[in-house]
Ligand binder design. Structure first.
Ligand code: 5RP
Length: 266
């Protein structure tokens, strides 16, 4: 009989004392409880997903999980997963994914998401869209009444050729929307509107893993209207590759709050 070494327990301090990063870890570890041996996994990007990648690596090392294949959603996720010892493949070899686990920038009550603060929205949407189940892991700061309402960017990936024209088309799509603003993301900003104001002209564009640029859109009061219609209109602009609104893709959202974990199901 092969001995199965149990993975080390993840110590959880008293909830009220948890930092934001510890809350992310709690959500991530709860999601990893859904991972079974033999699964093809979509591997998310970001500081919350990092906890999930590390946990999966620990479970593999301890023999509690076997035969996992990971499909990374970014070059960053590929490097982090490889360091954690997770075997990797790609969407071409595995066009159907059992389970994806990833963070989000915003989650609305209908489980619509904004993603892409880290710039990985295109690969994330491809991998998570190809998943039978997509579990989103967030701390409570990511919950919003409507998407766009947190003041963080709603990103749009655009091809570099003619990006300024594409940006103008996006501006005109939202012309008349109170509090709307948009900017080309630069390599030095962190996708907060206020951080865009200085040294903009000297900064290099942020370049995605797909060698594209990102236009960050800001909606002072969140996005109003039919989100699917807005999504279609953005995607019809020539030069747009994809946007960071993930509509109807999440199967469930695990929210780590100071007073405990809440699971929002579709
Ligand atoms: C990257 C993403 C991330 O999932 C999102 O930005 C959340 O990141 P974090 O867990 O670090 O807050 O969409 O493109």
């Amino acid at each position: 009989l092969a001995a199965v070494v149990m993975a080390p327990p993840s110590p959880v301090p008293s909830p009220a004392l948890l930092s934001l990063d510890e809350l992310k870890r709690v959500a991530a570890h709860r999601a990893v409880e859904q991972v079974e041996s033999g699964m093809v996994l979509g591997l998310g990007t970001g500081s919350t997903a990092a906890h999930a990648l590390d946990r999966i690596g620990d479970l593999l090392r301890c023999g509690a999980l076997r035969d996992i294949v990971g499909i990374p959603t970014s070059e960053w996720a590929a490097a982090r997963a490889a360091a954690a010892g997770i075997p990797l493949s790609d969407l071409n070899a595995h066009p159907v994914i059992d389970l994806s686990i990833d963070g989000a920038d915003e989650v609305d009550p209908a489980l619509n998401l904004v993603k892409g603060r880290g710039g990985s929205l295109l690969r994330e949407k491809m991998v998570e869209g190809a998943s039978r189940r997509f579990i989103v892991i967030v701390d409570e700061s990511k919950l919003v009444p409507r998407i766009g309402a947190s003041g963080l960017a709603v990103p749009v990936e655009v091809i570099p050729f003619g990006w300024a024209l594409t940006l103008r088309c996006l501006r005109s799509l939202f012309d008349g929307t109170p509090g709307f603003n948009l900017k080309l993301r630069t390599a030095t900003i962190n996708a907060k509107a206020s951080a865009f104001e200085e040294k903009e002209s000297q900064a290099e564009p942020f370049v995605t893993d797909n060698k594209n640029y990102i236009v960050d859109m800001f909606f002072e009061n969140g996005i109003h209207g039919d989100l699917n219609d807005i999504s279609d209109k953005i995607l019809r602009i020539t030069g747009v590759v994809e946007h960071g609104m993930f509509l109807g893709l999440a199967s469930s959202v695990i929210v780590a709050r100071k007073d405990g974990v809440v699971v929002m199901d579709k």
